[in-house]
Design a protein around this ligand. Structure first.
Ligand code: ATP
Length: 308
């Protein structure tokens, strides 16, 4: 459901394979008609350890089909349950590629991606999809009711469960303020909602699915103060007790991360917590300085304009 905005064919194929429910299949078929299908990847049949919510990259190298340069070289890290791993780095560094490989949108060229202790190539697709939820900037929403969009995550969910997920995701209030509440149709790609509302719906959907592993692409496109507070509260709820891999665009959100991976040109060039990395005075420290100056300039401008 997260695929269309990104425009990758492989995700669509993955989505279709993962869509066990008839309602999802109907929607997925529509997506496929809009995008060209990608190559099929062979499915594994060895179930992962159900108690293990870890994600591990072991010396992963990967080049997109047809690309001349590798997008990742020799990437290794481990993300444990109850921790947040933040990926930071310049545009084109490889952050989204890491996120996509967690869910096996593509197969690595060398090394391995492990979910729940198992190589993703050995897992049944349905199991992988059950374990991982994606919350991406471009949330995929259908021109259907809010309720139907949320239930894509778990069609059998009760009304109380849907509502609880929406309350936790700070979405319940805006939904009930709409003319038809949960029955409101949201337009193609959720066009009748604001960007922040779309992201909170996507978070509610992930909460409803209750997967152990969350891949989160932090939104930047629609940050206004009201949405920022609500979206941050929703994210805090989502990450609690789960394994989170977060593509961070604003460094302010990575300060509390358990592990920050600085990705540059397809490689992990620094890793550690915020304070550690600042102390190292390397790439992260430079990025942080640039971030702080930009924030100060923005604040100065807001004070000057009288908006703060
Ligand atoms: P951003 O912050 O701008 O989203 P990123 O760090 O997420 O960037 P990626 O999207 O992972 O970077 O891209 C890593 C490299 O792979 C870039 O050189 C990019 O051009 C390339 N790339 C990404 N997607 C594809 C694709 N589908 N086909 C070919 N090359 C791709």
């Amino acid at each position: 459901f997260f695929v269309l905005g990104l425009g990758y064919g492989a995700q669509v194929t993955t989505l279709v394979r993962f869509s066990a429910q008839a309602s999802e299949l109907g929607h997925a078929a529509r997506v496929v008609r809009e995008l060209k299908a990608a190559e099929e990847l062979p499915e594994g049949d060895a179930p992962a350890d159900p108690g293990d919510g870890s994600v591990e990259f072991v010396d992963v190298s990967f080049r997109y089909p047809g690309a001349t340069r590798a997008a990742l070289h020799g990437v290794s890290f481990r993300a444990d349950p109850g921790t947040v791993t933040a990926l930071v780095g310049p545009s084109g560094a490889g952050k989204s590629t890491v996120a996509q490989l967690v869910c096996r949108f593509f197969d690595v060229d060398s090394g391995a991606v492990r979910v729940g202790g198992s190589d993703v190539r050995a897992l049944p697709f349905a199991e992988l999809m059950e374990r991982v939820s994606f919350v991406l900037q471009e949330t995929f929403l259908f021109d259907d009711s809010i309720d139907a969009n949320l239930r894509l995550a778990r069609p059998e969910a009760g009304t109380d469960e849907v509502e609880a997920a929406c309350r936790a995701a700070q979405a319940h209030d805006f939904i009930t303020a709409l003319p038809e509440g949960y029955a409101t149709r949201i337009g193609e790609h959720g066009a009748r909602l604001s960007g922040g509302q779309r992201q909170r719906l996507s978070i509610a959907r992930a909460l409803l699915k209750d997967a152990q592993i969350i891949v989160l692409d932090e939104a930047t496109a629609f940050i206004d103060p009201e949405n920022e507070v609500a979206t941050q509260a929703a994210i805090d709820e989502l990450v609690r007790g789960r394994t989170v891999i977060m593509i961070a665009h604003r460094l302010s959100t990575v300060v509390g991360a358990d592990q920050i991976l600085v990705i540059d040109d397809g490689q992990v060039t620094e890793r550690g917590r915020h304070a550690e990395l600042l102390g190292r005075d390397g790439r992260y420290a430079q990025m942080w300085q640039a971030f702080e100056s930009a924030e100060q300039i923005a604040l100065g401008r807001a004070v000057h304009d009288g908006t703060v």
